[in-house]
Design a protein around this ligand. Structure first.
Ligand code: ZN
Length: 533
C-alpha cells in the first residue's frame, strides 16, 4: 500500500480526479471514462523518476505538468461545457471572442469559482513531497505498475492510436492542434473582396436571405420526393414551399459541391475556387452583413477550404467543436438543432440586410449519430443493410424537423418585421448511395457515378413580402420547378433571387429566370452525361 501511495501520491490523485468530477458534473453526457484509465497509465511515468532519483524538484515538475494540463481542460469545461479539443483551440484562435460569446451563449458565471479548489489542491500537492521510502522487497509493485503502463501505451502505439486513444485529453488536443495548424498554414487565407454590384429593379430594401446547405441528403429517401417511408411529415404539410425535383450536384463530395455552389466556378469554366468570386463577396459588396453558422467540423484537410471561405463572412460561428479531427467529429453526436439559437441571434441582429449561410451536419455518416433517440423511428430490420438504411432514413426524418423549423424561425422573424423581404433555399451539398445502387453505401464511387450520389433536394421558401414585391420573379420560380439544374450554378440563381446584378451574373444560368438555359448538358464530376444514364 505504501509503495502504491508513492507511485500514486494521494494529493496528486485528488487534484487529477477533481477535474474528472467537475467534468462529470458539468456535462455527464459527453464524459469519457477512458480518460481516467489514460491518466492512471501516465501517472507512474511521471512519479517514478522522482522515486528513482529522490530529487524533490522532479516531483514538483510532475505535479506542475499535470496541473497545467488539468487547468486548461478545467477552464475549457467551465466556459464551453466540453473538454478541450483541437477544434475548440482552432476556433478560439480564429474567432472574435466577443462576437462568438453572443452566439454561443457563453456564461463565465459562478462556475468559474470551481477553479479555486483546484488551485488550492495544486499548492498543497506541490508542497507536500513525501520522502521516498520503498522497501526493496516491495519493488515488484513498481515493476507491475510500470508493466501495466507500458502495456497500455505500447498497445495503443502498435495499433497507431496513441494520440487518438492513449494520451490525456489536453495533450491530445495540443498535438492535433499543432498538426492542424501546419496544414492550415499551407493554405492561403482567403480575404473578402469588393465587386461592382447593383440591385436590378429596386433600391436597397430591408432584405434577408438564408441559404441552408444540407449534407449527404439523397432526395429519393424523402417522402416529399415520393419515398415510400414517411420521412418528411413536416415539410409535406407546408403549403409555402416550392420544391424543385430535377436538381443534381456537380460533385459527389462536400468540398467541390459547396465551393462550386457558392462561387462563380462551375463544371464548364472550372475556375479555381480560391480565385472565384463568392456569394459572400457579392453580398458584402452590396452592404449585407454576412453570417456563416455551421455544425460541421471547422478543421480537417477536406474542410479547410470551406473554413477559409466561411471566415470571409462578417460573423462565422462553428458550434461543433467536440472533435480533434474532422474524422473524429463525424463519430460524435452534434445535432443540427444546436444551430437554432445561432439562427435566432443572427436574425435578431440589427443590420438592415443579412445573408446567412447555415451548414448542417445533415445525414453525414455515421448516420445513427445524426439524430436524438426520439427520431429512432424506422427500426424493423432483418439484416445489417436494412439497419443502415433505417439509420439513414431516421437522419432524413430528423433533417425534416430541422429544415422545417428553420423555415418557421425565418417566417416568424419576417412576420415580426413587416418590411423585411426574406427568402430561403435549402439544398444538399450532394447525395448519398445507401444501397440504392451497386450494393454500396457512401458517396464514394469508381467509374460511373451512381445517380443517388448527386440527386439532391432543392427547396425554396419566400415570405409574403417577397412575393408581393417580386411577383414576376415568384411566377418564374414557380414555373421552373421541373427544369434540369446543376447546383454549381446556384451562384447565379441566388443573385437573381436577391435582385442583384453584376458583370459576372448570367441570367441563363439562373434556375429562377425565364431565360434559364434548360438545354445545358449535365456532364458531372465523372465526365459523363447525367441525363443519358
Ligand atoms: Zn458532403
Amino acid at each position: 500500500m505504501k509503495t502504491l501511495k508513492q507511485i500514486f501520491p494521494p494529493l496528486l490523485l485528488l487534484m487529477i480526479l477533481y477535474v474528472q468530477i467537475v467534468s462529470l458534473y458539468v456535462n455527464y453526457s459527453i464524459y469519457d471514462s477512458r480518460e481516467l484509465a489514460i491518466l492512471f497509465a501516465w501517472i507512474p511515468l511521471f512519479t517514478l523518476p522522482y522515486i528513482l532519483t529522490r530529487k524533490k524538484v522532479i516531483y514538483k515538475i510532475a505535479v506542475t505538468l499535470f496541473f497545467v494540463a488539468g487547468f486548461i481542460n478545467l477552464s475549457h469545461l467551465l466556459i464551453l461545457k466540453g473538454p478541450v479539443t483541437a477544434s475548440s483551440l482552432f476556433i478560439l484562435l480564429n474567432t472574435n471572442i466577443r462576437e462568438a460569446s453572443e452566439f454561443m451563449e457563453l456564461k463565465s458565471s459562478g462556475l468559474m469559482l470551481l477553479t479555486i479548489p483546484y488551485l488550492l489542491l495544486f499548492v498543497i500537492a506541490a508542497r507536500n513531497v513525501k520522502p521516498v521510502k520503498i522497501h526493496p522487497k516491495n519493488s515488484y509493485i513498481i515493476i507491475i505498475v510500470l508493466l501495466f503502463s507500458s502495456i497500455f501505451l505500447a498497445e495503443n502505439l502498435i495499433h497507431g492510436r496513441l494520440i487518438r486513444k492513449g494520451i490525456p485529453q489536453t495533450a491530445k488536443a495540443l498535438v492535433s492542434f499543432a498538426d492542424e495548424i501546419k496544414t492550415y498554414k499551407a493554405l492561403k487565407k482567403r480575404k473578402v473582396t469588393k465587386h461592382e454590384v447593383d440591385f436590378k429593379t429596386s433600391e436597397l430594401e430591408q432584405q434577408t436571405f438564408v441559404l441552408i446547405i444540407g449534407e449527404s441528403c439523397n432526395r429519393n429517401h424523402m417522402s416529399l420526393y415520393n419515398y415510400a417511408k414517411k420521412t418528411n411529415p413536416k415539410l409535406e404539410q407546408r403549403n409555402d414551399i416550392i420544391v424543385f425535383n430535377n436538381v443534381v450536384s456537380p460533385y459527389s463530395n462536400t468540398l467541390g459541391s459547396v465551393l462550386s455552389a457558392l462561387t462563380e466556378s462551375n463544371l464548364e469554366n472550372k475556375m479555381g475556387f480560391d480565385k472565384s468570386v463568392s456569394l459572400i463577396d457579392i453580398f458584402h459588396s452590396i452592404n449585407f452583413k454576412t453570417f456563416w453558422l455551421s455544425n460541421q467540423s471547422p478543421i480537417g484537410i477536406w474542410d479547410n477550404a470551406i473554413y477559409n471561405l466561411a471566415q470571409t463572412s462578417d460573423v462565422s460561428i462553428f458550434v461543433n467543436n467536440a472533435g480533434n479531427t474532422s474524422f473524429e467529429s463525424t463519430y460524435l453526436s452534434s445535432y443540427d438543432e444546436r444551430l437554432f439559437g445561432t439562427l435566432h441571434t443572427a436574425l435578431k441582429d440589427d443590420s438592415q440586410n443579412k445573408f446567412i449561410v447555415i451548414h448542417l451536419m445533415g445525414s453525414h455518416s455515421a448516420y445513427s449519430k445524426r439524430y436524438p433517440p426520439d427520431y429512432d423511428v424506422f427500426t424493423s430490420h432483418t439484416n445489417n443493410k436494412e439497419q443502415l438504411i433505417n439509420a439513414y432514413d431516421n437522419s432524413i426524418l430528423y433533417n425534416d424537423f430541422i429544415v422545417d423549423s428553420m423555415f418557421n424561425i425565418l417566417s416568424y422573424y419576417s412576420s415580426q418585421t413587416y418590411e423585411t423581404i426574406s427568402s430561403c433555399i435549402y439544398f444538399s451539398d450532394h447525395g448519398e448511395n445507401v444501397y440504392d445502387e451497386n450494393d454500396n453505401a457512401g458517396h464514394d464511387y469508381s467509374g460511373s457515378m451512381p445517380k443517388s450520389n448527386v440527386e439532391i433536394p432543392f427547396i425554396v421558401w419566400l415570405s409574403t413580402e417577397y412575393k408581393n414585391k417580386f411577383s414576376e420573379k415568384n411566377s418564374a420560380i414557380l414555373s421552373n420547378t421541373d427544369l434540369p439544374f446543376v447546383s454549381d450554378d446556384l451562384f447565379h440563381a441566388v443573385l437573381d433571387l436577391n435582385d442583384i446584378t453584376s458583370k459576372i451574373y448570367s441570367k441563363n444560368r439562373s434556375l429562377f429566370n425565364p431565360d434559364f438555359n434548360a438545354e445545358r448538358r449535365r456532364i458531372l464530376e465523372d465526365n459523363m452525361d447525367y441525363d443519358l444514364k
